[in-house]
Design a protein around this ligand. Structure first.
Ligand SMILES: *Cc1c(COP(=O)(O)O)cnc(C)c1O
Length: 398
């Protein structure tokens, strides 16, 4: 099978659009991706428009760009434009779906060890408020969610399967499609946190079978900070009651009555970072232009290359697990804390991040880890940068 990847020309173009690649090695795309020039131009352009025309007038002038936000996201992840909501970040997007479920005492949520910190604390809050139960499915021997155990964990009281596709603290890609088949068979709601996967690998809600999916603008999509989105399938719209409503989400009928607007816009708020919405739309179009399959293949192969290089360094322990792995590479080094590694690399003009147990209570501590170094690669990164990175790390060893 031919695996399409980006050509050398494509990579050169990606780097031209990302001027900072001249100055630094950015391996922190799971934190924030570097926005490409067309995104910057769109955001700055809209801010200028607001200053020159007035904010309402600028929004009216950007009508087409704002509509493009919905159509391009639908093209990126499947689903229809009306099933997409613009939300201020992925956390709130996820919350709008999760807190929209009418949980009753004794209801159960099934989740995995990769679950994002903010999602898990939301489970705990609803557990405290309503008396729901949380079932954590163990990983299988490859380190991904154990599908047999997942099947076994679903019972008559299970209301929701909540899965994080790619955790923030590991290279793992969870088998979202297989989980979807199980959710479908069990007729249970399925909410996918695709924060790290959207823009990193191809995604399709129809293949995955999730009815709800949340994503952020700032990471692998390379959009503006303070932007996110929520997909909610029309098929489950009536099973969710938005936890907050405003004039965007509703029509106010009279003193006693309001109605929710049709489709996913009921999860939005009226006031928003309009320049961010325009910018995120451009970021999505930009990714589609290069092709998500090509981007995904390059990101995964760069990740694999970095892992293979690191595995040859003495004193370095790779910490990624999973049958399928992406562009996030986690590791630790003997005799040096992850924070020290990050600080040292930063002096060499290399950006990485540290993932800590405080954000991974149901995973890292169980593996005896307090924190790990996280190097997260994107398609604009190069083999040459990986060589320089490994050399910079190796310096320590001598
Ligand atoms: C970063 C991240 C989030 C939160 O995204 P925001 O846009 O910052 O709210 C949620 N889930 C995962 C897995 C993440 O990595």
């Amino acid at each position: 099978m031919i695996v399409p990847s980006l050509s050398e020309q494509d990579v050169a173009l990606l780097r031209e659009d990302t001027p900072a690649t001249d100055q630094l090695i950015h391996f922190n795309n799971a934190g924030t991706g570097l926005a490409p020039l067309p995104v910057l131009k769109a955001v700055k352009g809209h801010l200028d428009l607001e200053a020159n025309l007035g904010g309402y007038e600028a929004a009216a002038a950007a009508k087409l760009e704002l509509e493009t936000f919905y159509t391009s996201l639908a093209a990126l992840i499947g689903g229809r434009p009306q099933e997409i909501a613009y939300v201020e970040n992925a956390t709130r997007a996820w919350d709008m779906a999760f807190y929209g479920i009418d949980f009753r005492e004794g209801d159960r949520i099934v989740t995995g060890r990769a679950e994002y910190v903010s999602n898990y604390v939301a489970f705990l809050q609803v557990k405290k408020r309503k008396g729901i139960e949380i079932d954590i499915v163990e990983d299988d021997e490859d380190g991904q969610i154990d599908l047999q155990a997942l099947k076994a964990a679903i019972g008559p009281k299970t209301r929701l399967i909540a899965l994080t596709h790619i955790p923030t603290f590991s290279g793992l890609i969870n088998p979202a499609e297989e989980v979807g088949e199980i959710a479908r068979a069990a007729k249970v709601l399925y909410l996918l946190d695709a924060c790290q996967s959207v823009g990193q690998i191809p995604l399709n809600v129809n293949d995955i079978g999730c009815q709800m999916l949340s994503g952020t603008g700032r990471k692998y999509l390379r959009g503006p900070r303070g932007t996110g989105f929520l997909y909610v399938s029309d098929a489950v719209l009536d099973q969710l009651d938005p936890p907050f409503v405003d004039l965007q989400a509703t029509n106010w009928i009279d003193e006693h009555t309001y109605e929710l607007v049709p489709h996913a816009q009921r999860f939005e708020t009226w006031e928003r970072y309009v320049a961010g919405q325009v910018g995120l739309g451009v970021a999505v179009t930009y990714a589609i232009g290069f092709g998500m399959e090509r981007i995904g293949n390059r990101v995964c192969s760069l990740g694999a290359q970095l892992r293979s290089e690191l595995s040859r360094l003495q004193g370095v322990q790779l910490q990624d697990k999973g049958k399928r792995k992406g562009g996030i590479v986690t590791f630790s080094i003997d005799g040096e804390t992850p924070a020290q590694v990050k600080a040292r690399l930063s002096q060499d003009g290399i950006n990485v991040s540290v993932s800590s147990a405080s954000s991974a209570r149901i995973d890292l501590p169980l593996r005896g880890l307090d924190s790990v170094v996280r190097a997260s690669l994107h398609a604009f990164n190069t083999e040459a940068e990986i060589e320089r990175f490994v050399k910079a790390l190796g310096n320590y060893q001598e």
